[in-house]
Design a binder for this molecule. Structure first.
Ligand code: KG4
Ligand code: ZN
Length: 354
């Protein structure tokens, strides 16, 4: 195998079909994403069967483009493909494409956990002339996406300890459902983010759930109910009032996420925090985490937006780490997360206050 090793990553766990070529140092040669937003927007959420069909239509185009931009299949040493978690029908499309290509070209294949991909996104280097700072291991990571909201202690790509997670909705889901109630379109996170920048959070009061010291669990379903109730009582606001409500809604989600992430750093004595997942693209969260990090002596690492939302570069990078550690999967690789070899630790019980 030539060095540095170059890996083709394939991602199809939800509503983005993506392929990328990344080397073992995280240098991104190509990163192609075909979004299915237009397919799912009329339904206000991802429709699994439509997602599988769209992946089927897009997968070879996306792979061909990623390979063409990176110098062709001959320059690739291995293939990494998202194995889970995700929609099973959607995962199967990327897995089948990865296995077919690995078989045809005699390349090693490795399955990657989608969540590990998100957590290692800060290691991607998109511009060799401007290297981005990377966190030292171990670090604390807040993973907030459409399907997950959890805090992890990250020791290695295959050694994560979950510190706490949401009891109900994920943060991205809260953004999307809140936006749906306000009639804002899908996905709601970026729309709420944009409107919130022109709003004032103080004009409405919304609950900030589970903001108890010592607890690393989240709950966002009450917040969604609060905004539904607000709309029931006052109707859907317009203009400045809509921006204010978005600012209050986003402010409530962001405050809980940022405070708990810093709390996790304190409980684990790790002064390094990574923000990961689609919600890490949120401007309010990035700013609040940076401010709280500065206050509490925690270095906050936030990948560029293209690395926060679903992409295959993060999958290729974790694949390269797995391959470098000697991992290989055979062509029976199935769409199941645990089989990817992640050791999830015991959930740390929230410490009760004395
Ligand atoms: O990580 P991701 O691309 O896909 C999943 O694995 O779920 O995350 C998608 C989620 C969606 O819920 C979307 O609304 C949210 O990330 N999101 C945002 C922003 N950009 C994407 N939420 C808040 N603010 C944003 N700027
Ligand atoms: Zn994701």
């Amino acid at each position: 195998m030539q060095w540095p090793m170059r890996v083709l990553g394939i991602e199809s766990s939800c509503d983005e079909t993506a392929a990328a070529v990344v080397d073992e140092h995280g240098l991104v040669s190509s990163d192609v994403v075909a979004s299915q937003i237009a397919t799912h927007a009329p339904y206000g959420g991802v429709v699994p069967e439509l997602a599988s069909r769209a992946h089927l239509e897009n997968v070879w185009h996306v792979i061909s483009q990623a390979l063409a931009e990176a110098g062709g299949i001959e320059s690739i040493d291995a293939i990494a493909v998202t194995q889970g978690p995700g929609l099973v029908g959607a995962l199967l499309v990327g897995l089948s494409a990865g296995k077919a290509l690995a078989y045809a070209r005699g390349l090693p294949l490795v399955g990657v956990d989608h969540l590990a991909g998100h957590l290692f996104a800060p290691f991607l280097q998109r511009d060799p002339s401007k290297p981005s700072p990377v966190p030292e291991l171990p670090f604390v990571a807040l993973l907030a996406s459409g399907g997950h909201t959890a805090l992890y202690e990250v020791h290695a790509h295959d050694r994560l300890t979950m510190l706490g997670q949401t009891r109900d909705d994920a943060a991205g889901e809260a953004f999307d459902k809140g936006a749906k109630i306000l009639g804002l379109g899908y996905p709601g996170g970026p729309i709420v983010d944009r409107l919130a920048q022109h709003g004032s959070a103080e004009r409405s009061s919304l609950p900030r759930p589970m903001l108890r010291k010592g607890s690393l669990e989240f709950s966002f379903s009450g917040l969604k109910t609060a905004i539904a109730r607000h709309v029931e009582l006052h109707g859907v606001p317009e203009g400045q009032a809509l921006a204010d409500l978005c600012a209050a809604y986003q402010g409530a989600i962001v405050e809980v996420l940022a405070r708990k992430a810093i709390e996790a750093c304190k409980l684990t004595h790790l002064p390094r925090l990574v923000l990961a997942g689609g919600v890490a693209a949120n401007k309010g969260l990035r700013a609040r985490a940076a401010a709280l990090g500065a206050e509490h002596g925690v270095s906050v690492f936030v990948p560029p937006i293209a690395s926060c939302t679903d992409n295959a570069a993060m999958i290729a990078y974790v694949g390269a780490r797995s391959l470098a550690a000697g991992k290989r999967d055979d062509l029976s690789l199935a769409p199941y997360s645990r089989a990817a070899g992640l050791k999830r630790g015991k959930v740390v019980e929230p410490r009760s206050k004395a």
